[in-house]
Design a protein around this ligand. Structure first.
Ligand SMILES: *Cc1c(COP(=O)(O)O)cnc(C)c1O
Length: 494
């Protein structure tokens, strides 16, 4: 059988295998890799839905990663989805008072980024061996808070790799900051950048394409790759849990196999929700994908008007992982929907030059909405009284679900994708469920205990083990200085 090939969303002749796409991270012309066509899984839907998480993951991966052997895929899957997760379900579906939550925060860093970043290092190492790459792989990551820690955790002490994370200084939660600054591993580094996430992302892009940095890499026999959601190896693992959630609903009798289910996804870089679209293209009966934004609602506006316009103030919210104005994975959807890769390149060029573009056709299958800070807090309090504690990101999704009521009239079940543990954002969650308590301490661990007392949930291991750990990575710099820091990192680690 011929391999499924991957091409750039911005056109051109570049055509690579899955393993090359994962190694390279981004296409040579700046586009993102997408499969030439959407594959189907080997097993029929009913069988897929009855599988445990790992078996299901193997099936989905085999469909897309055709140049990996089934043994290689099984090795990656079983190494990633193991005891690191605090539940054997890996991604449990929790139903409270008729509301379904797909909990994606049971991995080591307490956010959904673990779903992909626990497996990416294995996919990448396998890809390096397959392509006989004998260079060191340097992973450069920009993070709004959660990706950084999940990537550090995944790549720490992985032989043949080194990782450097850029995060916006002062714009991540104290727990997120501590998770990163206490990271162990000789091949890890973390750098706070004065600016917001979009600044980190554009700084990183500048470094990735700088001839000076390139020369330094060559001199040290190293290459860059990406662990950001532009890497196809980040997107693919997320397809699995849409199938898994649907299967749980079928088992619970909440939906008949074949009938549609809607998903409401708290969205920032459009990676998570795009994986839902991929699941749909593979044959999962996904109804509407509801894109929930916070006050940085560039995506919700785009889905409503067809105009993407990043020319607006950046708002710092209590859902920092969604504080994004340039949503990189949307590019993949534009390419798939339009089928016109030259046009996609032109839209991305307009985005860079003018900060705006217009998509000329309806974005079918997606609905956008947004939540204000007050609405999210209020939703957190109301859902808490019904028996469930949501983190601020999940609360945005829940608010948008309540506001839009998509599918309610036709009784189509909805799944709220729950992306972070409330303990990652204890002060903001306390503000919602036990107002006043958030001000009783500055100490993140005391606040975690207060949240535990208020919610009845145990403080997760991932929080407890940070206490007393030395902060190894406290460096901060201006955007303009980041490149120099990256160069010294290359010199020192390779
Ligand atoms: C990253 C993240 C999001 C946004 O996901 P995207 O794939 O970037 O749209 C939402 N919630 C949490 C907690 C996250 O870490």
């Amino acid at each position: 059988m011929k391999d499924l090939m991957y091409v750039s969303t911005r056109g051109g002749d570049e055509k690579v295998t899955a393993s090359q796409a994962i190694l390279q991270g981004i296409a040579a012309n700046g586009g993102l890799f997408v499969p030439k066509s959407f594959p189907k899984a080997k097993a029929p839907l009913e069988e897929l839905l009855a599988m445990d998480y790992q078996t299901l993951a193997c099936q989905i991966f085999e469909a897309f990663l055709t140049d990996y052997t089934p043994e290689e895929i099984a090795h990656c899957v079983y190494s990633a989805y193991d005891k690191k997760f605090d539940t054997t379900a890996i991604a449990p579906l929790v139903s409270v008072d008729g509301v379904h939550f797909l909990e994606l925060f049971h991995g080591p860093t307490l956010a959904f980024k673990d779903m992909a970043l626990s497996i990416l290092p294995y996919l990448m190492k396998t890809a390096a061996a397959k392509n006989k790459l004998d260079k060191k792989i340097i992973i450069l990551v920009s993070t709004s808070g959660d990706t950084g820690k999940a990537a550090l955790e995944g790549f720490a002490d992985v032989e043949g790799t080194a990782i450097l994370v850029l995060y916006p200084h002062g714009k991540v939660s104290e727990m997120q900051r501590l998770q990163m600054t206490t990271q162990e591993g000789d091949n890890t580094a973390v750098l706070g950048v004065h600016g917001n996430f979009d600044d980190c992302q554009s700084t990183m892009k500048g470094i990735l394409t700088s001839p000076q940095v390139q020369a330094e890499l060559e001199a040290h026999n190293a290459v860059f790759s990406s662990a950001n959601s532009i890497n196809f190896g980040r997107l693919l693992p997320q397809v699995v849990y849409y199938f898994y959630a649907y299967g749980q609903l079928v088992k619970a009798g909440a939906v008949k196999c074949g009938d549609p289910v809607n998903f409401t996804v708290p969205t920032g870089n459009f990676g998570n929700i795009l994986a839902g679209y991929y699941a749909k293209q593979m044959g999962l009966p996904v109804g509407q994908l509801i894109c929930a934004s916070n006050m940085n609602h560039v995506l919700a506006d785009f889905l409503t008007t067809g105009v993407y316009d990043r020319n607006r103030p950046f708002v710092t919210t209590s859902s920092p992982s969604m504080d994004i104005l340039i949503s990189s994975n949307l590019e993949r959807l534009l390419a798939h929907l339009s089928g016109d890769f030259n046009a996609t390149r032109a839209w991305m060029q307009q985005l860079t030059e003018k900060g705006t573009y217009t998509f000329p056709q309806p974005v079918e299958g997606f609905i956008g909405g947004y939540a204000t800070e007050e609405e999210s807090l209020d939703a957190m309090a109301r859902m808490f009284r019904r028996g469930y504690t949501m983190d601020p990101h999940t609360a945005v999704a829940y608010t948008v679900y309540e506001k839009l009521k998509v599918g309610d009239a036709t009784n189509i079940p909805n799944v709220i994708v729950s992306t972070a543990s409330p303990f990652k954002f204890a002060p903001d969650v306390l503000k919602g469920i036990a107002p006043g308590k958030e001000g009783e301490s500055q100490d993140p661990f005391a606040l975690a205990q207060a949240l535990s007392a208020a919610s009845g949930l145990a403080v997760p291991e991932g929080v407890l083990k940070l206490k007393g750990k030395p902060e190894r990575h406290r460096q901060c710099c201006q955007k303009e200085e980041a490149q120099g820091q990256v160069i010294s990192f290359i010199k020192n680690t390779v």
